[in-house]
Write a protein that binds this ligand. Structure first.
Ligand code: GAL
Length: 333
């Protein structure tokens, strides 16, 4: 009898070990480690570079470019991850794959995908930067009926007729959606309103004459904060912000979000995520730490920002945690 019991225990232990190894008992993450490899629920480094996030019901969806080594080099890919706590992410797969339309040369890129959910049409509309040698300077659109795709390519164009390189997205409190795009010939970046169905760019709100890209906006206590990086390609630089009481400006002068010598802790802005909790509203800086020669290993720098009274500050990176229900964040030093 005792013999059978011991055997049973042994079997249970062996099963436990086997399951742990397959990741079925993968440990829950309760901490975000800026700059480190960020494993998804399958233990793979998250591939959602130059990304952005939105929430539907209790789920956050994170979209970005998928840059894994083993992908077909003739296509470009957007991946989606979902999470209920912003710390544990499930890979929802490649939601959009674009193969080289015959009019584009070999060295073309699809970057910085941003997905807008349209409440009226119930469509998910993805904007992305599409380029050849960074000279074509267009935005592309793809559409899906579901957050997790598949997204279908619609078209590519110059928004309002202007060149458009890095793009960012902003949805205001009234649900209106805006595309932020760098317009180099005009010497700045634009904030432009999308049409009601989000399928086109209809109105220029601001041309902000500052050499800023990786643009992103958050509204806090009635003030718009616009943040972006300098134009140094994959290399980091001191990211800066400006404020305005209206998207039409006037915008304040740009100020640093961190000591300039740390070059935004080697990262580049991609999105500001606002979490409205029961206790607190938090704003999270989402940046990319690019590795141009090992793009699949590029890292993420996410940190809760200090925001208020027209000031925006990125604290020195350290592990931190968030409670999405209360909105509270805690830096673990
Ligand atoms: C950066 C831009 C990135 C990528 C890179 C290529 O300026 O923010 O998205 O385009 O240049 O060099």
């Amino acid at each position: 009898m005792q013999h059978i019991l011991i055997n049973k225990r042994r079997i249970i232990l062996m099963l436990f070990l086997a399951f742990s190894m397959t990741g079925l008992f993968a440990q829950k993450k309760n901490v975000i480690h800026p700059g480190e490899v960020w494993p998804d629920k399958d233990g793979e480094h998250i591939q959602a570079h130059g990304g952005a996030i939105f929430k539907i019901k209790n789920t956050y969806y994170w979209y970005g470019t998928e840059r894994s080594k083993e992908l077909d080099p003739d296509s470009r890919y957007v991946a989606c991850y979902s999470s209920k706590d912003l710390m544990n992410w499930k890979n929802r797969g490649i939601v959009f794959q674009m193969s080289n339309p015959d009019t584009l040369a070999n060295n073309w890129v699809l970057e910085r995908p941003k997905v807008f959910y349209n409440q009226k049409t119930k469509k998910y509309v993805m904007y992305f930067h599409v380029d050849v040698n960074y000279k074509l300077a267009q935005v592309g659109i793809a559409v899906s009926d579901k957050a997790t795709g598949p997204f279908k390519y619609v078209r590519r164009f110059h928004p309002l007729g202007y060149e458009s390189r890095d793009i960012g997205q902003f949805i205001d409190e009234d649900g209106k959606a805006y595309l932020i795009f760098e317009d180099r010939p005009s010497g700045g970046f634009r904030i432009a309103k999308l049409t009601e169905d989000f399928m086109d760019v209809e109105k220029n709100m601001s041309l902000v004459k500052a050499r800023i890209e990786g643009g992103t906006i958050v509204k806090n206590d009635g003030l718009y904060y616009c943040l972006g990086s300098g134009l140094t390609g994959w290399n980091p630089n001191p990211n800066q912000y400006a404020t305005a009481t209206s998207l039409e400006g006037p915008w304040s002068e740009f100020k640093n979000i961190a000591p300039p010598e740390v070059n935004t802790y080697s990262s580049q802005s991609t999105f500001l995520l606002k979490i409205i909790g029961s206790e607190k509203t938090s704003v999270i800086f989402m940046g990319d730490i690019w590795k141009p020669d090992a793009q699949w290993d590029s890292r993420y720098l996410w940190m809760p920002m200090e925001i208020g009274d027209g000031k925006l500050w990125l604290p020195e990176p350290a592990p931190w945690t968030i409670n999405v229900k209360t909105g509270e964040t805690k830096i673990l030093k």
